[in-house]
Design a protein around this ligand. Structure first.
Ligand code: IMP
Ligand code: MG
Length: 205
């Protein structure tokens, strides 16, 4: 299966970057109590790890969105499947995303949240596929800039699979994965390992 996937961002790189993001957010929001809002499901893992690096009286809330389809005419039209539990009026809001691609989903979400009069509204995304952006967006916190490749792992899925991979993998043969969506299962079970160039050398090597 060589060549189908490679490690794009290894678990240790992810952990370190989230620590840095948490430190930055902690500094930027001193004296405030931000609410971190995650968009289900992909962003939930990132939120869980980021939250533990934010040393503030922070709270969390979740929203679930569904796209009307990928047809161009549905341009960013999104339906709220699950709304927030709490009112964000007068709150400092940080939207936590796994990945921003075209930006259509986030543009819609930000317009909905802005209409509820938060004190501030910022975005923190782990991955930014900035080359794919259709709608210009101001993203305050970015983990990594992401090349124009399909990625899975650390919350990111292909047909609901592979969210539990601890590393973020780039899929180089999307056609092979579409033909067999279970193609990468050996990486989930541990039967196969993707070589992580950032991983520490194992003992004895
Ligand atoms: P956007 O509206 O095009 O920015 O859509 C962003 C959403 O598309 C993300 O929240 C992901 O669910 C999904 N997405 C975009 N790129 C990828 C990818 O490379 N892997 C997995 N999901 C992706
Ligand atoms: Mg998805």
């Amino acid at each position: 299966m060589t060549g189908v996937v490679s490690v794009l961002f290894g678990r240790e790189d992810i952990r370190q970057r989230i620590e840095e993001l948490g430190r930055t957010i902690t500094g930027d929001y001193q004296g405030r109590a931000p609410v971190l809002i995650s968009v289900l499901k992909g962003g939930s893992m990132f939120l869980a790890d980021l939250l533990r690096e934010v040393r503030l009286p922070a709270s969390i809330d979740y929203m679930a969105l569904s796209r009307y389809g990928d047809a161009p005419e549905s341009m960013g039209r999104v339906r709220i499947v699950k709304d927030l539990d709490a009112d964000i009026g007068g709150r400092d809001v940080i939207v936590v995303e796994d990945i921003v691609d075209t930006g259509l989903t986030l543009t819609y979400l930000l317009s909905v949240l802005a209409s509820r009069s938060p004190t501030s509204l910022e975005v923190c995304t782990l991955l930014d596929k900035s080359v794919r952006r259709i709608t210009p967006l101001e993203i305050r916190y970015v983990g990594f800039d992401c090349p124009d490749l399909f990625v899975v792992g650390y919350g990111l899925d292909f047909e609901e699979r592979y969210r539990n991979l601890p590393d973020i993998l780039a899929v180089h043969d999307v056609q092979a994965l579409s033909a067999d969506p279970d193609l990468l299962l050996p990486y989930v079970t541990g039967e196969l390992a993707v070589t992580d160039p950032t991983a520490a050398p194992s003992a004895g090597s």
